[in-house]
Write a protein that binds this ligand. Structure first.
Ligand SMILES: Cc1cc2nc3c(=O)[nH]c(=O)nc-3n(C[C@H](O)[C@H](O)[C@H](O)COP(=O)(O)OP(=O)(O)OC[C@H]3O[C@@H](n4cnc5c(N)ncnc54)[C@H](O)[C@@H]3O)c2cc1C
Length: 413
């Protein structure tokens, strides 16, 4: 069976990987270079421990307060757009406790084996930079610590299998000497991992090509149409010859909806911009990936640099870097770390998370379109869930077998 994957981000490449492993003849079609969109400068946390959906009880009030502050972690710029209004309405509906728990269970179920799947990629020869020190949550206030501890306890009750250890300030400093005196406490989730995401997409691309997968870059897919009576698809490409395939997986991140709209397939998500700075720094460098809790900033050490990543800005497809918000991300370590500060940034970056209204991925069959599949909507968890998405979607594409984890993630939910 020939399968075309449209979109060469972490999700598309992971889908291609598991489809190839399942025996398909796979082609990946990427508009720009692989891994150059949201999958490039993100925080790289592999973190089932952050599987709490964004819409949650009380979050609307918090979001409105944040919108009044120009350097807060969240911003929504209102615009006259029925799709945005519908997205906001669905987000609000998803904030009930019942929906929040349904969402949490769905994210935990999809991510249950994510660490094993990452280990499996490495064992199969995919080369990427993986770290296994766990994730250290740092808190300036006891209130934030108690709130996050309650979320993690709830995640454990709902199926999160990792341990969570509460640490005093001195215990946190013993674990990671970069931790400063300004925190009130920490939580360590040792099962979590982190990856330098650019190495993941690069490693997958190299491994896919080595296994005979054609990865075409600089090829924008313009349209998808049925190809004759055989049930296949014709994929019209700008800048390259058309492709034909028996099945198509569309994994175009926030651009997925634009490609599928002419087929009458609605993909309810918004681009959610975030920023990152990757820099070497001065002072004691963190050894662990850190989550700077009140600032909502991930601080991820890689070989040769540290990345600070954060903010959620709902403002269409605009990729402009708002210097004030980026400065807030860059300044975040000051409240948490002993003396590490970023200097001479190697990369200042903005990327668009594909964020569905209930913050659950949209994975499965495109309603009403035989042989067409979608994998998007991963929001803040696309790196965490990329291998799990590919592993769960491949049986549906290849054998029409729907695994249980995908039931709550179907597009027409
Ligand atoms: C600041 C920030 C921090 C983050 N931190 C983390 C984290 O720590 N952990 C985590 O798990 N997740 C994190 N994320 C989320 C993660 O980055 C995303 O969920 C993930 O990268 C989405 O991957 P994707 O493949 O769906 O989309 P993308 O990476 O955007 O890939 C989609 C691809 O489709 C291509 N495309 C679009 N249209 C077409 C077309 N018509 N034809 C051909 N190709 C097309 C695009 O060029 C693009 O390469 C973060 C995101 C941000 C912004």
């Amino acid at each position: 069976m020939r399968v075309a994957v449209v979109g060469g981000g972490a999700i598309g490449l992971a889908c291609a990987w598991y489809l190839r492993r399942g025996g398909a003849d796979v082609i990946v079609l990427e508009r720009d270079g692989v891994g150059e969109a949201a999958s490039l400068g993100n925080g790289g946390l592999i973190t089932p421990g952050l599987s709490n959906p964004l819409p949650a009880p009380g979050v609307m009030g918090q979001a409105l307060r944040w919108m009044l502050s120009p350097d807060s972690p969240f911003l929504l710029r209102p615009r006259l757009d029925p799709a945005l209004a519908a997205w906001c309405w669905r987000f609000w509906r998803s904030c009930s406790r019942e929906q929040y728990l349904i969402g949490m269970r769905a994210l935990l179920a999809l991510g249950a084996h994510t660490v094993e799947l990452y280990d499996g990629l490495a064992a199969d020869g995919v080369e990427f930079e993986l770290h296994d020190e766990g994730l250290l949550f740092l808190f300036r206030t006891a209130r934030a610590l108690n709130e996050e501890a309650a979320v993690l306890a709830e995640l454990q009750r709902e199926g999160y299998r990792g341990a969570v250890h509460a640490l005093s300030v001195s215990e946190a400093q013993a674990l990671d000497p970069a931790v400063g005196d300004g925190i009130s406490g920490a939580l360590h989730a040792p099962a979590e991992r982190s990856v330098r995401p650019e190495t993941l997409t690069r490693g997958l691309t190299v491994a896919l090509r080595a296994r005979g997968v054609e990865v075409r870059e600089g090829v924008r897919v313009e349209s998808l149409t049925r190809d004759g009576a055989g049930g296949g698809w014709r994929i019209r490409c700008a800048g390259s010859e058309d492709a034909v395939a028996d099945r198509v997986v569309v994994a175009c991140g926030p651009w997925t909806g634009a490609l599928l709209a002419p087929l009458g397939v609605r993909v309810r998500q918004e681009p959610a911009k975030g920023y990152s700075v990757t820099a070497v720094g001065e002072g004691v460098t963190p050894r662990h990936p850190l989550y700077l809790s009140e600032a909502k900033v991930a601080c991820t050490p890689f070989a040769g640099g540290v990345r600070l990543a954060g903010t959620v800005e709902i403002n269409g497809f605009d990729l402009t870097i708002n210097r004030r918000r980026l400065a807030a991300v860059t300044a975040a370590p000051a409240g948490y770390l002993r003396d590490w500060r970023p200097v001479s940034p190697e990369l200042e970056w903005a990327g668009l998370r594909p964020l569905s209204a209930d913050s659950l991925p949209l994975i499965g069959k495109a309603p009403g379109q035989e042989g067409l599949f979608v994998a998007t909507g991963h929001g803040k968890l696309g790196i965490t869930l990329a291998p799990a998405t590919g592993a769960a979607l491949a049986p549906l594409v290849l054998d029409d077998r729907l695994v249980a984890e995908l039931v709550p993630l179907r597009l027409d939910r």
